[in-house]
Design a protein around this ligand. Structure first.
Ligand SMILES: [Zn+2]
Length: 150
């Protein structure tokens, strides 16, 4: 498997997981040391259907990037973020469907994030739910506080 960062042809498998009809391998390049993910599956790819109807292949790293931005400078361990991404990935590949709406993925991220860090949740929700103004943000915060105490 060729390293997507430096093109080296030898990598070490650091983690193997069976997620439904897919086997995911985390690999580490033996030259540059960067990690990347490969999927092994039976002629099955999952496309994410975006709001505007366009489709793109599910990309774990993209979910991770969005989460890192939402969680920036918050006291959230990297493992917590990885766990959320793992859940999302398992969800996507365990559906046995060729396509998943992006909102299903976003909602799942929000659900998980809410339990991890309220500020990161609001950040993610502001972008993801496209909250148009402060009132909408406030409603979301109210909802969060209400469900948190209830
Ligand atoms: Zn490399």
């Amino acid at each position: 498997m060729i390293c997507p960062y430096c093109g080296f042809e030898d990598s070490r498998v650091v983690d193997t997981r069976d997620i439904g009809r897919t086997i995911r391998r985390r690999r580490e390049c033996r030259r540059c040391g960067k990690r990347f993910t490969t999927y092994e599956q039976v002629a099955l790819t999952v496309s994410v259907v975006k709001r505007d109807g366009r489709r793109e292949p599910f990309d774990r790293e993209k979910v991770m990037r969005g989460l890192r931005i939402a969680c920036a400078k918050r006291p959230i361990p990297t493992e917590s973020i990885e766990r959320i991404v793992d859940r999302v990935e398992e969800f996507v590949f365990s559906q046995g469907k060729a396509e998943i709406p992006s909102r299903d993925i976003g909602n799942l991220v929000l659900e998980q994030l809410r339990q991890v860090d309220p500020v990161a949740y609001i950040r993610f929700a502001t972008v993801y739910l496209q909250l148009p103004d402060l009132d909408a943000v406030r409603r979301e915060i109210d909802r969060l506080i209400t469900s948190g105490s209830g």
